[in-house]
Design a protein around this ligand. Sequence first.
Ligand SMILES: [Zn+2]
Ligand SMILES: [Zn+2]
Length: 417
Amino acid sequence: MRSWWLGLVPVLVSSGACTAPEAAWFKGNLHTHSLWSDGNDFPEVIARWYKDRDYDFLAISDHNTIQDGEKWLKVDDVVARGARAGVKRYRELFGADWVETRTKDGKLEVRLRRFDEYRPLLEQPGQFLLIRSEEITDAFDKRPIHINATNIHEHIAPQHGGSVREVMRNNLRAVAAQGERLEVPIVAHLNHPNFKWAITAEDLAAVVEESFFEIYNGHPGTGHRGDATHATPDQIWDIANTLRIAELHAPPLFGLGVDDSHNYWNSSGSTPGRGWVMVRARALTAEALCQAMMAGDFYASSGVVLADVSFADGQLQLRIEAAPGVTYRTEFRGTRRGFDRTTAPVEQDGKVIEGVTLRYSDEVGAVLAIEEGTSPSYRLRGDELYVRAIVTSDQPPENPVWDGQRQQAWTQPVGWR
Ligand SMILES: [Zn+2]
Ligand SMILES: [Zn+2]
């Protein structure tokens, strides 16, 4: 039997030589909420929002549902969630015939259209793709453990477990088992590691069944900047990559940018349009996109657009699609063999804090080079465990999450094979 999951260890990293000439970049968001769970708009309205803004694909990833079965909501509850016009905008956009309502116990209710119902209404071959998804929403000891399964075909209930790592593993194994059984590629990515400081770099390193995590999540509550006692997602990524390659002889993680959007009627909160992935694939299909991601042929963005990323002959090379008058700074980060392996516990007011990422030396995820301009490149010296690039522009995103935020792009680690 053909198994995508036997190919879990990515087999190629983006390189001019390996990419078919017809491969193109596709823009998409793989973390989105609707009224099917705790988002505040109808999935069709949300899909329309992304489609109108030139996204190529979207996965609406509601908590523990694949948007199946019959679900009615009280219109009052829809309004209370923040969808101020209730079903009015829904009706205006999709017509009175599309919007199904009923009165039950004297209350007006609206039915949520299933994924299979609304998908054909929004999809356009080669133009806009909807991918079925679920945010498998689990926890251990008050630590939220959320894993998105992109291109899932059947609902997976949270699998639980006796530790953070076991919960991660059990859910990842359930996703892998479905992928194998149905012979479809499913990308399972660990969401927002810093949400409630749930997942440490050591957890992410140890659970080698996981190949993907969110380097950028546009939800303001997901700890993107870390704090005095918690590592940033960038630090978590470098530590986990280093531990995996140096100690576990496992591949590093690939990083995604996502919205985790819930609020479509608000100017603040987790609004759409803040984080996305650009995937280089041969076709706009769920299979082609998942395979390209498994091969590491994608990058994460909060605004910076790359025309090309390549890794060939020991050289990581980027071409930035420059906006007029904007300057770009690229940091190449990585860890060299023979790095200082010293770690220290995190302390606050003289007390050791348990359950957080340890402190590592500056040689873990060291800044190997910094380049200005639109064609930055880094030639590997040969002793790097991996190298990755972070591009930062001098411009804020359209809808910043914090004051002083700048548009960025994150490429995947290379040089580790
Ligand atoms: Zn979540
Ligand atoms: Zn979410």
